[in-house]
Design a protein around this ligand. Sequence first.
Ligand SMILES: [Fe+2]
Length: 231
Amino acid sequence: MSFFDTDFHCHVLPGIDDGAANLEVSLGLIHMQAEQGVKTVVATPHYRQHQQSVARFLQNRQAAYEQVMAHAFPGMPRILLAAEIALERNLSELADIERLGCAEMNTLLIELPLFESYRKWMVEEIEEISYRTGMQIVIAHLDRYVDMYSTKDYSDILGISGAIFQFNLSAFSDRKGKKLVKQLVKDEYPIIFGTDCHNLEHRKSNFDVLAKQMKKYEPSITVERLFNGID
Ligand SMILES: [Fe+2]
């Protein structure tokens, strides 16, 4: 497992969120990832605290995973189970939040609110989750907020202690997104990439972009640590 063959964020499990609608789409996406060089898929279906319990989510996720595994094919990437957790007020009080993380990497992928301006409570909540769980926090698709957040907002988020920053590979086709990636690479922030693929139409897997864009990129020590003890 390495930085260059891992899709850290995607919605390939069938029928569990707004990602792969059924098994056919799910297998289509996983085939696409395999063709693009993905060896490890971190499956991150959406989790929203106000919509369901952790126990129910884990049950649904397991059933979706088993459906896929019943159709495993030669050369299929390994699938690690995790979640994309929507940040809400009081998320840090959610019992069992650590069970939503990727057990192999000890990470929790957290998505900032999509239609809200940045507010101080967001970072405070994340810091609290990090402190409480002792897990490595990954901030999902940092590129998605370039039209909403100011430089000051971004610097608050980049200041979250010990966090890793995930970018969608689509950031490379957006001027501001690409600029942000380049800046973080230059400043040696720990960054990782994901396709955030959802379907076979407008949100397909685009993992091939990574090899084209990041030839000169050396993953940071923090990121390499994610793979400690994982084959
Ligand atoms: Fe996502």
